[in-house]
Every structure is written in structure tokens, then in C-alpha cells.
Ligand binder design. Structure first.
Ligand SMILES: Cc1cc2nc3c(=O)[nH]c(=O)nc-3n(C[C@H](O)[C@H](O)[C@H](O)COP(=O)(O)O)c2cc1C
Length: 142
């Protein structure tokens, strides 16, 4: 757990991907992600549905660029698809270098999103909020 002063250009990015990971891989991903995110001042949450990942990243534009380069290059998943990205007023997972949430119920939704045509920004926003709703309590500060 850590707390970061807000960078002046705070941004967020949410993507989905298809998992190629074993349970042991997921543990290892979390360990290295948390180390790298602490270093870069990145916070957020990783959702794992069994067959898919969804991840919210919060940090400076430069930190998110570096983080997404590592994520795009990681062979433990594929079809990395950005659903939402843009400026952010305030972090929702400020105390987490990467929170983790198992969300088996999100598997079908993510599969449909990856199989279908690109979604509009409005639909993407709704989908992101729906996926984050069950785990927002993890980001609460008290
Ligand atoms: C589902 C998934 C989520 C990841 N999340 C992060 C992340 O939050 N931050 C990060 O730096 N790398 C992330 N990565 C990339 C890997 O953890 C990558 O191996 C790591 O950044 C490289 O660090 P290392 O020097 O410890 O191998 C993710 C990879 C996958 C497959």
C-alpha cells in the first residue's frame, strides 16, 4: 500500500484482455506489477474473471505510457483492448499500487466486448463503471 501526491497530469486508462495465465502467473504478475507501479506512481485495480483480465490504471501520462508498453508486451495475455482513457481529477485506488479482485461474473461480458465491434465512448464508460462497482469499496480511504 502507498499514497502518492497527484501528478499535475493525472490520467486513467482501462483495458480488457484475454488471459493466457495460470493461477501462479497471476500471482507473479501482481508481484512485479506492484513493484513497478510503486516506482512509477501508478495505482489501480486488476480484475481477473478466470478467462480474462480488466485493469484500471491511474497515474501520470508518462507513467501510463511506460506501464502499457510493459502490459502490451506481456505474453501472459492477448487481445489487450483499451476501453477508456483520459484525464482524471482524483484517484479511486490511491492507496493501492495494484488492488486485485476476482470477478468470475465479468467473464461473459469481457468475452462479448472482445468479440464484438469497438464500443462507443459512452458505452465503454458505462461498462467500466459496471465492472468497477463491486470493488469500489477497496478504494475507500477509511
Ligand atoms: C494482466 C497483466 C497486468 C499487468 N499489470 C501491470 C501493471 O499494473 N504494471 C506494470 O508495470 N506491469 C504490469 N504488467 C506487466 C508485467 O507485470 C511485466 O512483467 C512487468 O511490468 C515487468 O516487470 P519485471 O521486470 O518484474 O518482469 C501486467 C501484465 C499482465 C499480463
Amino acid at each position: 500500500m502507498t499514497t502518492h501526491a497527484p501528478p499535475t497530469d493525472l490520467c486513467q486508462l482501462f483495458y480488457i484482455s484475454r488471459s493466457l495465465s495460470t493461477p501462479l502467473d497471476v500471482e507473479a504478475i501482481l508481484v512485479s506489477s506492484r513493484r513497478q507501479n510503486l516506482r512509477r506512481g501508478v495505482t489501480g485495480i486488476l480484475l481477473f474473471s478466470g478467462g480474462h483480465f480488466a485493469q484500471l490504471l491511474e497515474g501520470s501520462a508518462q507513467a501510463l505510457r511506460e506501464t502499457m508498453a510493459a502490459i502490451d508486451a506481456d505474453p501472459r495475455h492477448e487481445a489487450v483492448t483499451r476501453l477508456m482513457e483520459g484525464p482524471l481529477a482524483q484517484r479511486r485506488f490511491a492507496n493501492w499500487s495494484m488492488a486485485f479482485f476476482e470477478a468470475p461474473g465479468a467473464d461473459d461480458l469481457i468475452q462479448q466486448l472482445l468479440a464484438g465491434p469497438p464500443v462507443s465512448p459512452e458505452r465503454a464508460q458505462r461498462v467500466v463503471e459496471r465492472m468497477l462497482a463491486p470493488c469500489l469499496h477497496l478504494g475507500a480511504s477509511d
